[in-house]
Design a protein around this ligand. Sequence first.
Ligand code: EPU
Length: 428
Amino acid sequence: MDKFVITGGKPLCGEVTIGGAKNAAVAIIPAVILADSPCRLENLPNISDVTIIVEILRQMGAVVKRVNKHTLDIDPTPIKTHVAEYDLVRNMRASYYLLGALLGKFSKARVSMPGGCDFGVRPIDQHLKGFEALGAEVSPIEKGMIDLKASELRGSSIYFDTVTVGATMNIMLAAVKATGLTIIENAAREPHVVDLANFLNTMGADVRGAGTDVIKIRGVESLRGVSYSIIPDQIEAGTYMAAVAGAGGDVLIKNIIPKHLESITAKLLEMGVDIEENDDSLRIVRTEPLHKCNIKTMPHPGFPTDMQPQIAAVLTVAKGTSIVNESVWENRFRYIEELRRMGVRASVDGRLAIFEGVEHLEGARVKAVDLRAGAAMIIAGIMAHGVTEIEDIKHIDRGYEDIIEKFRGIGAEISRSTSSPDSFAIAN
Ligand code: EPU
């Protein structure tokens, strides 16, 4: 039972380098299945979600060689199965990308229903609607398995009823080798949607319009293996920005694409933080008290839901009342119960959370209820007076590479400690 132990209350200072984007990597790795020769993927984040999806491909037959910490060579040509069983995929929400990739490759796919962070119902009806439009027959879900079969995948027009990252990318995967033209309307515009399109196009696909709400995909006969470098992680960068805003200090955040961070930058400026943008880095300085601010999460280019808990942790000490409106997920405020242990004054009403800024937070024993909630607990711990212990940190390891080392590098007092459940009982 690992936990993080943080002694908070000190400003952050120095430089931190951002890694490759988790949510791009977990789609691009399955996309390799579509290639007729090996691929080299660079700038992959070294996180457990990537390890899991790579292991799934390996168990399906792919030959994977590690070139260095952030580069893998993946030969998908030995993969002969279109099936991914529950034991393989249960720990990973993003394993749903195997549906699109296997369908695109073999015209059939059988994949167990995904796991992942729990913030309410996570339907995949729009994915299935898209696969059906391409000519796939979706069999009733049995024992948690989804079964797709098509005699031939044909391009089609698909309008999503809601803006969904997962379904947009999954339909791209299934459509790149379909016959004819596929048009996705009301598509998601996240940076990782564009990154997947760029990867597929480098392999020889014809995907246009990614980054807008209409994506057109003209099917091609075959895709070849290529070398490709994943974009920097927008949410990892935003997490360090939020930490500096919360704790105060002066930090240079390197290896980023400032355009991807615009909505986060805009809100931090509103809160009184100074931000200086360079080509591929930004400097963030916070010396004055924070102003209150209202946030509404939206699909890109709106404020990302995956930054909602981290920014909320910062708002807990902003003078006045701040309102956070979570419009993407129905239940992404479970972490607030944990923040209350640290002296936070907050109430939740459906999709709204209301924060009354307090003078300072007090260290406490808390849990990471999911990945981004865990990041918010680290930020709160760094901001707080005294010692904070964070349990259930496996969620954080899913999505943040070397988080302890990176926070230590900018002056945070944080360590990982391993103890048995019994020693917890004695300590309490
Ligand atoms: N939705 C539907 N039907 C569908 C698909 C989605 O109603 O078929 C709804 C969802 O219930 C949700 C909204 O549409 O209310 C958006 O869901 P989306 O499909 O965009 O989410 P996702 O693809 O499952 C990805 C990220 C999440 C991130 C969301 C929103 C990955 C692996 N996950 O999930 O990231 O919150 O997009 O941006 O890319 C994280 O990294 O911490 C994380 C949870």
